[in-house]
Structure formats: structure tokens, C-alpha cells
Design a binder for this molecule. Structure first.
Ligand SMILES: [Zn+2]
Length: 279
């Protein structure tokens, strides 16, 4: 069976070589392409190739054997050069997108306005024009408009969130750090940081969520926000082993502080789980 298959492949390869010399057709991936006009042929039959060649490129038939060979080599070389040019362009356009993402990431980390992308690009182009003028054109293609920067930062944030969700599923233990403060608009913001460890002892520490608290900022409100965040990120509360806070009364008060309420909620969950197991 294998022998038969091998023979079939060898047979097809031989046919392609013949078609190349006879009709100037070449195979690129799963396409059969005419080297002269770049048309592709859908049905792979000798007759179709022959008809195309005779009808459209009769001038080649009048060439001598030597001229034909030279023409074939020239066409093949041109096609090769064009393909490597396209490949290079593809790599370049990937690099241009990647540069735009990296710069947007810096803008986000430095907490600068999205619109700064425009002048950063101006600086980049100005510098490259001085140092490496022949590459300046490439730098003008980096998209850094405020809309693009906003979109890139959104994409980065979604990516970080997805990766964190993936990691947090493997946490065997984790702790939280909570901080509640008001922003410049006088809205209460709750920051939830998580630090977890998996079975391989890899430690991950990340800002899990920054969200505003509506109306009041009691221990109960903070607890609800934390529990909600755990559910959204599918983090199992039973692995929670510690909560650090800034020591504000809403966090640490004896009965109604967020820490006690969250730990109380965890205990209730564990009791219900063991009760369900027992049943
Ligand atoms: Zn053709």
C-alpha cells in the first residue's frame, strides 16, 4: 500500500516537472499557476494546461529550446523574488502592529492620555528621519491615533484578564488585598489585588479588579463586590487564606467589617458543601 502511494507521489512530481517545461505551469501550495499570466487552473488535467498555453501564450512555442529554458528560469526567478517580497511585507506589517501595541501598553502603564500617541509617533518619525531615513516610511505606518490606542489598551486588558482567569483556576491557595479610596470625582473605588500559588509553586500577583462602589461603602458593600468579583473570575473562595486591608473601619470592624463578612461567607459555603457531600 505504502509502495503504491510512494509511486503515485513520484508519478505526480514527474508530471508537474513536465508541465513546467511544456506549459509553463508551476505548483504553489495547492494551486497550479501559469508562470506567464499568473492565472490559476482549477482542474488539474494535462489537456486544460495545454489548451491554456496554446491559446494564450502561442508566442512561447516559437522560441528555440535554449530561449525557452532561459525564459522559464527568468519567470521562475521573478515569481520567487515576488513571493519573498510579499513574505517580507507580511513580516513588516506584523512588526508595525506589534509596535503599535507595545507603545499603547507604555501609554497605559504611564497613565498618559490616549491622544499622546500622535505626538509619540511624530517623535519616532522625526528621530528615524535623522538616523535611518530609508526606513522612515515604515514608521509613518504605525497607527497611534487615540482611537487605535484605546482599542489596543482594551485588547491588552482583555488578554491580561483572560490569562489571569486561566492562572487563578489553578490556585491551590490565594490571598486578597483590598483598598477602598475615593477618586477625584469623589466616587468610592475598590481595588482588589490577588496573590495565588499553584501546585508547581508558581506565584502570581495581579490587580484583579478596580471598580466603583455605588452609594455606600459599608463592609457589606465591599463584601458583595468581592464575592461578585470572585464569581465573575470563577475563583473558588474555599482556597482563600488571607485578606489584607488598609485597616479602615469598613474593612476590619468586628461584626460588620468586610474581612469578617467575607470569611463568614466562606465558612457558610464550606458548611453547605460538606452538608451536600454528606447528603
Ligand atoms: Zn497563462
Amino acid at each position: 500500500m505504502a509502495e503504491k502511494k510512494k509511486r503515485k507521489v513520484a508519478d505526480e512530481n514527474r508530471k508537474f516537472r513536465e508541465w513546467e517545461e511544456l506549459y509553463f505551469f508551476i505548483q504553489i501550495k495547492d494551486k497550479i499557476i501559469c508562470l506567464i499570466c499568473r492565472d490559476s487552473i482549477s482542474t488539474l488535467k494535462s489537456y486544460n494546461l495545454k489548451r491554456h498555453f496554446e491559446q494564450k501564450h502561442s508566442e512561447i512555442a516559437e522560441l528555440t529550446v535554449g530561449e525557452r529554458k532561459a525564459k522559464l528560469k527568468l519567470l521562475k526567478d521573478n515569481l520567487g523574488a515576488q513571493q519573498s517580497f510579499l513574505r517580507k511585507q507580511h513580516v513588516q506589517s506584523n512588526a508595525i502592529v506589534s509596535a503599535s501595541i507595545k507603545i499603547s501598553n507604555i501609554i497605559a502603564k504611564k497613565m498618559k492620555p490616549f491622544a499622546d500617541g500622535d505626538y509619540i509617533k511624530e517623535c519616532l518619525v522625526a528621530a528615524v528621519e535623522e538616523i535611518y531615513p530609508e526606513k522612515a516610511q515604515l514608521f509613518t505606518q504605525i497607527s497611534l491615533s487615540h482611537q487605535t490606542v484605546a482599542r489596543r489598551i482594551n485588547d491588552i486588558s482583555t488578554e491580561i484578564c483572560a490569562t489571569l482567569c486561566l492562572f487563578s483556576k489553578n490556585f491551590v491557595y490565594f490571598s486578597l488585598a483590598l483598598n477602598e479610596a475615593t477618586d477625584i470625582k469623589d466616587t468610592a473605588q475598590l481595588a482588589i489585588f490577588i496573590r495565588g500559588v499553584d501546585r508547581q509553586m508558581n506565584v502570581t500577583e495581579e490587580l484583579l479588579k478596580l471598580g466603583s462602589l455605588k452609594d455606600t461603602t459599608t463592609g457589606r458593600d465591599i463584601k458583595e463586590a468581592v464575592i461578585n468579583c470572585m464569581q465573575v473570575h470563577q475563583i473558588d473562595l474555599k482556597n482563600l487564606i488571607g485578606i489584607a486591608t488598609d485597616g479602615a473601619p469598613a474593612m476590619v470592624r468586628k461584626n460588620v467589617g468586610a474581612v469578617n463578612l467575607i470569611l463568614g461567607h466562606k465558612e457558610t459555603l464550606q458548611k453547605t458543601n460538606s452538608f451536600e457531600l454528606f447528603m
